[in-house]
Design a protein around this ligand. Sequence first.
Ligand code: SF4
Length: 339
Amino acid sequence: MTRCVALLSGGLDSMLAIRIMQTQGIEVEALNFKTMFTCCQDTSAQAARALGTNITVIGQEDDYLDLIRDPQYGYGKGANPCVDCRIYMFERAYKLMEAVDAEFIISGEVVGQRPMSQKRSDLNIISTNSGLEDLLLRPLSAKLLPPTKPEREGLVDREKLYGFQGRSRKGLIQLARDFGFTEDMIPTPSTGCALTEPEFGNKVHDLIQIQIDDKRWDYEALNVGRHFRFNECVKVIVGRNEKENTQLEYMHRMEDATSTSLLEPIGFKGPNALITGPSTDEALEYAAGLVYRYSSSIEGEDNMVQVVQSDREFKLTAYPTERAETEKTIATVNLRATH
Ligand code: SF4
């Protein structure tokens, strides 16, 4: 039986691409690529179950961050290096294809659907630079693209492929219904990737452009709290709710985060704050000022915070400082990559 590997994000397009192959009697092995910025593993597992395919989930390796820092093909609206990221994913899909003895790879890409990564020229770049060349088939837009090897060799019937292009989902939804997808199998469109969000992207660009020695931990920390840049080595992260306050405590305890200080309010209601980088007196004063700014009930002299460091604990007075009172979060600073 002919077998292919399919990139499955959990979105409608990749589900349809798989179903098109299944209707031609081709066995599909699904692959979900997970990064620290994506959120859709549940969705992709559900989609695989609904389609009756095996699914393999693989995570990014550390070299993925190099691609975020300096993508060859630039960023989208946020800090999403989609073309480079797709090349990275397909390189891994190629390895799975060989491991499971599959003949080719499919994806749900549609010509012209996304401004970044699905222009016709981008699709060519992705096929070529991933090493897949004409082993990469896009069933939803295949009729607009040159025949791939599995089509030429008769493993796939090109006549039963499609010629979708552009952003409209109407035809895709109709196709899903024709295939018997129930309404709950048709997900709402979303990239599921925080890198595409402009505000999150600003935090990433801040790290790339300003922070000296940014490391994996710094990127993982972007998912939590309000971020304030103190200087090129130091940031302060302020919890926005109980859950994030707890997450900041956890991050502080993590082994590779020994260069952090945790500030917790004593005797008043307020957020936790985490200083990342060297905690100078000035940085501590600034962070305590931010705790004061976001506190909900400071009365009288109860404005103390507990500072927890890897080797000591002490108390500090939190009071309003001009900078802490007026500072904007990184998410509202207009930082942009120059690519
Ligand atoms: S949206 Fe995110 S996960 Fe998807 S290709 Fe772009 S950078 Fe990669």
